[in-house]
Design a protein around this ligand. Structure first.
Ligand code: IMP
Length: 201
C-alpha cells in the first residue's frame, strides 16, 4: 500500500485528516514526521496555497500528498482573516489572540455602522498531488455565526467562536464526530471520497 503524506505541520489538522481518512484503509504519514520543510504560503487564495503546499511535499518526498489550506472568512471584514487565519494568531500561534482580533475588528465595524453582521464561513481546500506535478483540488465550506465570548475546549483554532449553520453549540463545544458531520473539511473530504482512492492503494 502506498503511503499518503499529510502536508501540514499543524498537529490538530493532521489529527482531523487522519480521523477522516481512517475508515478508508490508507496509510498516512505527516510531513512533519518526515522532516519535510514547511513552504511559505505565498498564494492569494486557499486553492493556490493548498496546491503549493501539496506539490512542494510531493516533489521532496516522492510520495502522493494531501494538503489542506483553510481558514475563516468573516463577512463584515470582507472575508478576512481568510488565508491569513493562522497568521492572525501571531508567532506564538495563540488563537485566543486571533479570536480577540476578530472580535475587536467586528467592534470597529459595529461603531462605524451601528450594527454588525456576525456571519462567517469556514473554508477548506484539499489538494491531492503526485510527484510528477499532477494535482486535483476539492473545496468544502460551512456557513455560521461568530459568538462572543468563545465557548468550548474541543477542536482548534477559531472553533470556540464559530456556531455552524443554525446550531447553538460552537465547534469548540461539539465532540469530534458532531464537527465532522458538518465541517468544511468534512465537506471537502466528501468530494475527495467521491473521487475514490483506487490509484493510491
Ligand atoms: P493553514 O491552512 O494551515 O494556513 O491555517 C488554517 C488556519 O485556519 C488554522 O490555523 C485555524 O486557525 C483556521 N482553521 C482552519 N480550519 C479550522 C477549523 O476546522 N477550526 C478552527 N479553525 C480552523
Amino acid at each position: 500500500m502506498s503511503k499518503l503524506v499529510i502536508a501540514s505541520h499543524n498537529p490538530d489538522k493532521v489529527q482531523e485528516i487522519a480521523e477522516l481518512l481512517a475508515p478508508h484503509g490508507l496509510s498516512v504519514v505527516s510531513a512533519a514526521s518526515l522532516g519535510l520543510p514547511e513552504p511559505e504560503e505565498t498564494g492569494a487564495t486557499f486553492t493556490e496555497n493548498a496546491v503549493l503546499k501539496a506539490l512542494a511535499a510531493a516533489s521532496v518526498s516522492g510520495l502522493p500528498v494531501l494538503a489542506d489550506d483553510s481558514g475563516v472568512a468573516v463577512t463584515a471584514l470582507g472575508g478576512q482573516p481568510g488565508i491569513y487565519s493562522a497568521r492572525w494568531a501571531g508567532p506564538g500561534k495563540d488563537f485566543s489572540v486571533a479570536m480577540r482580533r476578530v472580535e475587536r475588528e467586528l467592534g470597529v465595524e459595529r461603531e462605524l455602522a451601528g450594527a454588525v453582521d456576525r456571519s462567517a464561513a469556514f473554508v477548506s481546500v484539499l489538494c491531492l498531488a503526485w510527484p510528477d506535478g499532477r494535482h486535483e483540488t476539492f473545496e468544502g465550506r460551512v456557513e455560521g455565526t461568530l459568538v462572543w465570548p468563545p465557548r468550548g475546549g474541543n477542536g482548534f483554532g477559531y472553533d470556540p467562536m464559530f456556531a455552524p449553520e443554525d446550531r447553538q453549540q460552537t465547534f469548540g463545544e461539539m465532540d469530534p464526530a458532531a464537527k465532522h458531520a458538518l465541517s468544511h473539511r468534512a465537506r471537502a473530504f466528501a468530494k475527495l471520497l467521491a473521487r475514490g482512492f483506487a490509484d493510491l492503494r
